[in-house]
Design a protein around this ligand. Structure first.
Ligand code: HEC
Length: 152
């Protein structure tokens, strides 16, 4: 025997379930990806960047990276001389295979993409860092890295 109330509740339940799915799907699909700006916009941001503001942002990196010439490798490699160098070449540091096999050469532009979201830029790398969302913050940090790592 069909109980009309149970049928109604079942239909209602299904409706709630379906609308919940639809609600779940929509924001995920519309979620903005981390903004990497156009090369021209990035050059403008970098030209106006403030390395002193970047120094504060570097607090997020400092536990894992040193910047000075001959500085220690920590969880991550020493970054002195990183600009213009192929990825994976800090002396004495054991990189992941994906970095070693990559053809990335570090520049302000490639660092901008890396720092926006390392796991998207080079899937499978071992740098556990979610990324810096603001393009302006990334430019300030990159200006600081240029100043502190002996970039030409
Ligand atoms: C939790 C530790 C950790 C944090 C925090 C971290 N890194 Fe790293 N980083 C690593 C590791 C580990 C690697 C090597 C990844 C690999 O071998 O796959 C790496 C690699 C790099 C490289 C590539 C170096 C090369 O020689 O190819 C750069 C550049 C870099 N990190 C910059 C940064 C900056 C800038 C920050 C701060 C925004 C940061 N990292 C935050 C651990 C970290």
């Amino acid at each position: 025997m069909l109980n009309p109330l149970r049928v109604a509740l079942a239909v209602l339940g299904l409706g709630v379930l379906l609308s919940a799915c639809a609600d779940d799907g929509a924001p995920a699909a519309a979620a903005p990806s981390t903004a990497v700006v156009s090369p021209a916009e990035f050059q403008a941001l970098l030209a106006a960047a403030d390395p002193d503001k970047g120094q504060v942002l570097f607090l997020q990196c400092r536990a894992c990276h040193s910047l000075e010439a001959g500085g220690a490798n920590k969880v991550g490699p020493n970054l002195h001389g990183v600009f213009g160098r192929k990825a994976g070449l800090a002396p004495g540091y054991a990189y992941s295979e994906v970095i070693l096999q990559s053809s990335i050469v570090w520049s302000a532009a490639t660092l901008d993409e890396w720092l926006a979201r390392p796991s998207d830029f080079l899937p499978g790398n071992r740098m556990v860092f979610v990324g810096i969302r603001s393009p302006g913050d990334r430019a300030n940090l990159i200006a600081y890295l240029q100043r502190e790592t002996g970039a030409q």
